[in-house]
Design a protein around this ligand. Structure first.
Ligand SMILES: [Zn+2]
Length: 347
């Protein structure tokens, strides 16, 4: 397993050297480079994903990049893999879709509403809401708390939280979590995404569950989910290192920010909810899915009880279920038996 990983890594190193160089000049509208020229030249086969790695990639970076690319396969989408404690980007697959364009984050935005609700005292992790109708599950989820609402992505729960908050507070937390402006990643052509300046009061509920009008990149969501596991640090993602790497914190969330209860919900999503495709008895994964407008998202990390790697998967045509399956394959290869950070030479 390790030997085959190293062989793959060596093959990848040759092909990635080019894409890493090209990445430095990425600009809006530039086609992302294919990494394996002999495949790209065959018109009948879609070019494999472009993978951006640090110029001085470690064995772990190479392993992460290879796992991300093979897990995504030929699906149109993007994967970003980042260290949640430092912001070091190990790999970014398809930057054109993962960084240069924003898309509706769908139910991943419920993380923002959850943090706002907890921090503003609208809910605690124990608060129970009765989901009776109007949910994606027609009969409703019945009495439901934050953990379960995150796990099954209950719409009425978050609509109720959002309506109590009002849009101004939701907007404030969206910005605090880094949305609506470039993350500052050291690649050119990054999108700012979009956080609406105004939302009609009657539309706040729908925005809280579906993120209508909001646009985010996978890179922005990697920063956001990292903040939930690193104690509230909004980091600048950097494709560099591991040698001489210096983490950069853009800001820290206010001391009044409450993050308790989120991790339980993210773990429950994988163990008993919308992200069950990422479940593996050997690797504890946690995260939040998003599905809407044919888009699929999974903002995740592993190991659940000591996060070492944040992975955000975006599918241009897919679902949260499909995106969680991609992340699951990736985590399995990296953290499952025979793999793992130590075997791959982390960092
Ligand atoms: Zn529900």
């Amino acid at each position: 397993m390790l030997l085959s990983a190293l062989v793959r890594a060596c093959v990848l190193r040759y092909s990635l050297a080019l894409s890493t160089l090209v990445a430095a000049s990425l600009s809006p509208g530039t086609a992302a480079p294919a990494t394996t020229s002999h495949r790209a030249s065959r018109s009948t086969v879609r070019a494999p994903a472009a993978v951006i790695l640090p110029a001085t990639a470690s064995a772990w970076d190479l392993a992460v990049g290879q796992a991300a690319r093979s897990a995504l396969g030929h699906a149109q989408g993007a994967v970003v893999a980042m260290d949640p404690h430092t912001g070091r980007v190990h790999a970014l697959v398809n930057p054109a879709l993962g960084m240069q364009r924003g898309f509706q984050p769908c139910s991943v935005f419920k993380i923002v509403v959850g943090i706002a609700g907890l921090s503003e005292g609208v809910i605690t992790p124990e608060t129970v809401y009765n989901c009776r109708k109007g949910c994606w599950m027609w009969a409703g989820h019945g009495p439901i708390d934050l953990r379960r609402a995150l796990a099954v992505s209950c719409n009425p729960y978050f609509e109720w939280v959002g309506e109590q908050l009002g849009y101004e507070k939701i907007q404030r937390y969206a910005h605090l979590l880094g949305l609506g402006e470039p993350s500052g990643i050291n690649l050119t052509g990054e999108t700012a995404g979009r956080v609406p300046t105004f939302v009609r009061p009657e539309a706040v509920g729908h925005l809280s569950s579906h993120a209508a009008g909001v646009e985010t990149s996978a890179v922005q969501l990697a920063v956001l989910v990292s903040a939930t596991v690193n104690g509230g640090s909004i980091l600048t993602p950097q494709v560099s290192g591991p040698a001489d790497f210096v983490p950069r914190e853009r800001w820290h969330l206010p001391a009044t920010t409450r993050l308790e209860g989120l991790a339980d919900g993210f773990a429950a999503a994988v163990n008993e909810g919308s992200a069950s495709a990422a479940f593996d008895p050997e690797v504890a994964v946690a995260g939040k899915t998003g599905t809407c407008s044919q888009l699929g998202w999974f903002a995740s990390y592993a190991p659940a009880d000591g996060p070492q790697l944040v992975v955000v998967v975006f599918l241009r045509y897919g679902s949260g279920h499909g995106a969680s399956a991609v992340a699951g394959r990736m985590f399995r290869e990296l953290f499952g038996p025979g793999g793992g950070p130590v075997a791959a030479g982390m960092p």
